[in-house]
Design a protein around this ligand. Structure first.
Ligand code: GCB
Length: 617
């Protein structure tokens, strides 16, 4: 969600701004393929725990010598005016290579949560008729962006991209960009302050100066519709958008669709799907080059075509039932000291372990939109994807601001990724307790998904209920949201949380549902290399191994289950996990250690999936 900053700065510092339900515009999808320059690389940084760069200690506007975003050389100013007092100097501050969460810049920043300033310079030379945008793929959590000392805009939300127009702020030649990144979680933010993962503060994904013509293609959603036709919705941005001729070409299919944009700059195009169309699937992840042309602008993408639907308790991919052999992932690279820096090689390493190591065809990207690099790779590697927004546990369901924020994130995520064939499920929430405000909040999000994308399925990870029937535990779903979802999902931890002995887990039954059900999480902690054979204690590898055996036995008998995504591929950082011997700040439910060492449970799941795959599931 982006909004203009000027008014805010005038009245000093305000973080909780009431906002309309708007998504960030423009979307600038496939920014990496657009003209412009990558702004990743060397940035200087300076911590500002009292937010001195934004307001004085009586909340007055920040004065000279404090505003980290001023377009000033502190050294030059203080040479010219030796009496001037500056309590910062961005030029001579330490430097880091971005994107990277700040905990990896310096060990002293390991637990810093607050405001951090980043600054760099870049050269620009706009030609007449060109527009310029700064596009950030993700800044966690709030970003305030300044160009040459002037406010360019703000954004809240750590996992979705935003673009700010800077055409009128750029100078010909050297320019300065400053970003104030505040990682402080907000009580009415999304996610809420209490989670189970590291709050990686920083500029965690690539950023780019994007140069466009005056009127440009902002987004081109190209898909195989339910009726079997190829369709494209092309959204233009700019003064000449209305009535502009738009062309979408798929050279590999000899296909051209063309038409004119409506008064609001949107062109709806369609054509019968060519006979030779090869549908995207995990077994054959075929992608086609797509070229979109409108006026002087030309946008390219690589897109797969497939259909998804639910029928009679089955999930159908290209008309055939599919079983989702999955695993959950957080956005965290392999290594002793991850910084949520997802490179293509890093994402490939994670997804390869899922696909080739575990025999998976599905990944649940928990609990927020992951990097664009990851979803593009999933397209290429043939992995179906669950994509989620961080409506997690207890967001402020009563707050209109929180709803607006969540709706904006959902829209931004869908518009960013609706060309990704891999994405099968949009998830609107994880483990949110049933209640009136929550039900209305999530119902709104489900409606938004349906309005924004009718080619995928909508889900949410729900809570379950437990009863005793004939002396045995019976699990069921009792959530009114279930009626609105296409696919049901539940996180189940019997045998880890609660007192069920592992040997009792297979006898736990699951009540049949009228829709396909995914066990979207189950798991047990184990410290890699730790075992206690006689005791089979929690946190030992043998306990986790046996937990997987027993839970898979239970899952195999659950009548509606059409997919599994156990928790989780890799141990991940979580400040809530502080057992000094086993956890040390890590959630140890990974099937591999932080550095990728496989635990014995890995093979249990890999074997189970291998057998399912051999049976064509
Ligand atoms: C869950 C949450 C997940 C946690 C996990 C755990 O149900 O959805 O975010 O990390 O359990 O390890 O407790």
């Amino acid at each position: 969600m982006v909004w203009r900053l000027a008014a805010l700065l005038a009245c000093a510092w305000a973080i909780t701004v009431p906002l309309a339900a708007i998504a960030s515009t423009p979307t600038l999808t496939r920014a990496d393929l657009r003209a412009g320059q990558d702004l990743s690389g060397r940035w200087t940084y300076s911590i500002d725990p009292y937010r001195d760069g934004l307001a004085g200690f009586h909340r007055e506007p920040a004065g000279e010598g404090h505003r980290r975003f001023d377009d000033t050389s502190v050294d030059a100013v203080t040479r010219a005016r030796p009496n001037a007092l500056y309590e910062y100097d961005m030029e001579r501050s330490p430097a880091a290579t971005l994107p990277q969460a700040w905990l990896a810049h310096d060990p002293a920043l390991r637990h810093y949560q607050g405001l951090m300033w980043y600054q760099r310079r870049f050269d620009a030379a706009l030609k007449p008729g060109q527009r310029a945008f700064l596009r950030f793929e993700a800044v966690n959590y709030t970003a305030r962006v300044f160009v040459n000392g002037k406010a360019a805009g703000e954004h809240e939300g750590g996992f979705t991209p935003f673009s700010l127009e800077v055409t009128d702020l750029l100078k010909s030649g050297s320019n300065q960009v400053t970003v104030g990144v505040d990682s402080t979680p907000l009580a009415d933010g999304v996610p809420p302050p209490v989670t189970d993962w590291e709050n990686y503060g920083g500029i965690t994904r690539p950023m780019r100066l994007v140069i466009t013509p005056t009127t440009f293609v902002d987004e081109a959603w190209v898909r195989l519709s339910k009726d079997g036709s190829l369709a494209a919705t092309v959204t233009l941005d700019g003064a000449e958008a209305a009535g502009r001729e738009v062309r979408v070409r798929v050279p590999g299919l000899d296909l051209v669709m063309s038409g004119k944009a409506s008064a609001d700059g949107v062109a709806q195009l369609s054509a019968p799907a060519p006979k030779g169309l090869v549908r995207w699937s995990p077994e054959q992840p075929k992608l086609y080059d797509v070229v979109v042309e409108a006026g002087e602008d030309r946008l390219t993408d690589r897109v797969g075509f497939r259909t998804l639907e639910v029928r009679g308790g089955e999930i159908l991919l290209n008309g055939k039932p599919v079983f989702l052999r999955g695993i959950c992932l957080h956005e965290e690279e392999f290594g002793e000291n991850p910084a949520r820096t997802i490179t293509e090689a890093g994402a490939r390493a994670l997804l390869t372990e899922a696909r080739d190591g575990l025999n998976a065809n599905f990944v649940r990207l928990a609990h927020y939109p992951h990097s664009e690099i990851t979803t593009r790779l999933a397209d290429e590697m043939g992995l179906l994807v669950w994509s989620e927004i961080p409506v997690y546990w207890l967001v402020d369901f009563k707050s209109p601001r929180t709803l607006a924020l969540a709706r904006g994130m959902l829209a931004d995520n869908i518009r960013r990724d609706r060309n990704r064939a891999s994405i099968a499920l949009w998830s609107v929430a994880n483990e949110t307790p049933v209640g009136e405000a929550r039900n209305a909040f999530l119902a709104r999000l489900v409606d938004d998904v349906k309005a924004l994308d009718d080619t995928r399925l909508v889900t949410a990870a729900l809570l379950s209920e437990r009863k005793t029937v004939d002396g045995h535990p019976e699990m069921s779903l009792a959530d009114p949201l279930a009626d609105r979802l296409d696919v049901l999902a539940v996180n189940t931890y019997n045998g880890w949380y609660g007192n069920d002995p592992l040997d009792a887990v297979p006898a736990i039954s699951w009540k049949k549902t009228d829709k396909p059900l995914i066990f979207s999480e189950f798991g047990a902690d184990a410290l890699a290399g730790f075992d206690d054979p006689g005791l089979m204690r929690k946190f030992s590898e043998t306990f986790q191994e046996k937990y997987y055996e027993k839970t898979l036995e239970m899952a195999a008998k659950a009548p509606s289950v059409r997919g599994l995504s156990p928790w989780i591929l890799k141990d991940f950082r979580s400040p809530r996990r502080q057992h000094p011997v086993y956890q040390q700040g890590w959630n140890r439910k990974g099937l591999v250690s932080p550095t990728g060492r496989r635990k014995p449970a890995f093979e249990v799941l890999a074997r189970y999936y291998r057998e399912l795959k051999a049976r064509g599931r």
